[in-house]
Design a protein around this ligand. Structure first.
Ligand SMILES: Nc1ncnc2c1ncn2[C@@H]1O[C@H](COP(=O)(O)OP(=O)(O)OP(=O)(O)O)[C@@H](O)[C@H]1O
Ligand SMILES: [Mg+2]
Length: 548
């Protein structure tokens, strides 16, 4: 991995006026090289759901408490507090504009298997409660076919593609999936097709009768066709999901404990927005992949999969309105209900299900961006997360325009146009609730640049219209040691403001720390912007951001 840009250097002589950190005078790291060859294939992790949940809820939770971990900021961030590109994450909408076509296509590199029939059924899906098949399309591409729960048409398949595409646009690695339609005559049974319901079962032949029986459990449209979610098999060798805590011991590229990774802690904020509560090890998948360019180079890539329970679908298909509000087993909620004799109203009690066809119990009125709960408490990055992770995620999340969200929702192909409108409206409303909440908990300044000797920045609370209060920025500059160089004030000039030209610190680096304190009736907070002169070009540039 490239040298960390962030240098923690204590300034000399007593308590410094401006505390650590100081930053290396270097451009921020934008890509991490965690694609170095891993000659020995890491082992496949076996997932035991009950052990995972028991461990996450009881044993490990307890022992972690005893270990007295102090709150620790995320690692794996660059000097600008951003997550660089890696095998976990690729910055997309956070750093560039995506067209609606690009968003609707998402991660898909091939056209839909719908254009490539017939499909050869090679096996049934292993694991999970619902019907599923493995198919090979007429091109030879392999897909997992999954279906909507009976009685809840279009819900799981629709939620799956929407959440998958939005998480891809954010930057996560996801499967290449689409909503497809087919008729029973589009299916051909492979000669050696088999059934295997669970990992511990033996394989037995899949007969035409059994295929017909399984198809009969799936909702069929009045025209006789079936709707499905086709998930293209990921390239490489599957290694199971990543551990919720620590690293994969047999992957030398995996060096930051997962509970400290910014993109995994920040995932909470996106998962809350999308009500993607089915976060557990089996819904992550690490693949031992071959580098597309460098011959004989293999490494692990980290994927998210299985998004069909998001957007309130877990609550409807699981007939459990608590999903997204309490953990599936939640001792705190149980104790609270016991002590209050169940008299305190719970936010999930008012969730109404009266939505258009295809839509789950997804609403904005009862949404709290910091109190949302996944089904299992076992995913440690969601318990170590802090407001800086949420701020990072919220900056990315706010970049989606309504038009872009609408384009993604359309790919769910809901039969009722009101479903598309309702989900677009609700995604926007939950996006705004998220922005209003987190931009009031971290100084919402970002996009720092040096222009004509001044620091210019965006105030995201003003940019997205979360406040209209009169805003002033108190600006103070310090040298490397934290000695004052000068101070001024700048009234907000719309969403983007520039300070006065800065006095710079001494020496060839001209290292200067600029404290920008936002002052308005509804908020006060500061950000430290570190700037220095690039010795080769002579240009003064931002080399680090610290949000106290
Ligand atoms: N596109 C894919 N590429 C490779 N493997 C996949 C893909 N989709 C699913 N899988 C594998 O199949 C398993 C089950 O898929 P998925 O999680 O989508 O279904 P499920 O109904 O939730 O089943 P389960 O309860 O086992 O999670 C995953 O844990 C993963 O190992
Ligand atoms: Mg799953």
């Amino acid at each position: 991995m490239r040298a960390l840009t962030l240098l923690l250097v204590a300034a000399c002589g007593g308590a410094p006026r401006i505390p650590s950190p100081r930053f290396a005078n270097a451009p921020p790291v934008e890509i991490v090289n965690d694609r170095r060859d891993v000659a020995h294939r890491p082992g496949e992790r076996v997932f035991f759901q009950d052990v995972y949940n028991y461990d996450g809820l009881v044993q490990r939770r307890f022992t972690r408490e005893l270990e007295l971990h102090p709150p620790t900021r995320a690692r794996g961030v660059n000097a600008l507090d951003e997550a660089p590109d890696s095998t976990w994450f690729t910055n997309r909408i956070g750093v560039r504009d995506l067209s609606t076509d690009e968003l609707a296509r998402g991660p898909n590199t091939l056209d839909s298997p719908e254009q490539h029939k017939p499909w050869t059924v090679t096996s049934t899906k292993t694991g999970g409660a619902e019907v599923g098949f493995m198919i090979t399309d007429a091109r030879g591409e392999k897909y997992l076919l999954k279906f909507d729960t009976r009685g809840f048409p279009e819900q799981e398949t629709g939620a799956h593609v929407i959440t998958e595409k939005l998480l891809w646009a954010v930057g996560y690695n996801v499967t290449e999936d689409s909503v497809v339609r087919f008729r029973s005559e589009d299916l051909v049974l492979a000669k050696n097709a088999y059934v295997r319901d669970s990992e511990v079962d033996d394989k037995r032949p899949l007969t035409a009768e059994e295929l017909a029986h399984r198809l009969s459990r799936i909702e069929r449209s009045s025209d006789g066709s079936y709707r499905a979610l086709a998930s293209r098999m990921l390239p490489g060798v599957p290694l199971g999901g990543h551990p919720a805590e620590g690293v994969r011991d047999d992957d030398p590229n995996d060096r930051i404990p997962h509970e400290l990774r910014r993109e995994l802690r920040g995932l909470y904020t996106f998962a809350a927005w999308l009500d993607h509560g089915d976060i557990q090890e089996s819904n992550f998948l690490d693949m031992y992949a071959t580098d597309p360019v460098v011959e004989n180079c293999h490494y692990v890539e980290h994927y998210l999969l299985d998004f069909g329970k998001s957007l309130g679908v877990f609550a409807t298909t699981g007939k459990d309105p608590r999903r997204g509000y309490d953990y599936w087993f939640d001792p705190t909620a149980i104790a609270g209900a016991l002590v209050t004799f169940g008299l305190v109203e719970r936010s999930w009690e008012d969730r109404h299900h009266d939505h258009p066809r295809g839509v789950g119990a997804y609403d904005a009125a009862s949404f709290d961006p910091d109190e949302w709960r996944p089904t299992s408490a076992a995913y440690v990055p969601f318990t170590t997360r802090d407001r800086y992770d949420a701020f990072w995620a919220t900056k990315i999340l706010m970049r989606f325009t309504r038009e872009q969200l609408h384009a993604v929702v359309q790919t769910a192909q809901y039969s009722d146009p009101r479903a598309t409108e309702y989900l677009t409206d609700t995604l926007v409303a939950r996006q705004r609730a998220t922005g209003a909440y987190w931009f009031a908990r971290v100084n919402p300044l970002d996009g720092f640049r040096i222009e004509h000797g001044a620091v210019c920045f965006d105030d995201l609370a003003l940019r997205y219209g979360f406040t209209a209060a009169a805003t002033t920025y108190a600006v103070a500059s310090f040298d490397f040691a934290g000695r004052p160089l000068g101070a001024s004030t700048a009234p907000a000039s719309g969403a983007r403001t520039c300070t006065q030209a800065l006095p710079l610190g001494p020496g060839p680096d001209a290292y200067t720390i600029v404290e920008i304190a936002t002052q308005r009736a509804d908020y006060a907070g500061r950000t430290l912007v570190h700037v220095a002169r690039d010795r080769s070009s002579g240009e003064v540039r931002v080399i680090g951001i610290w949000r106290p």
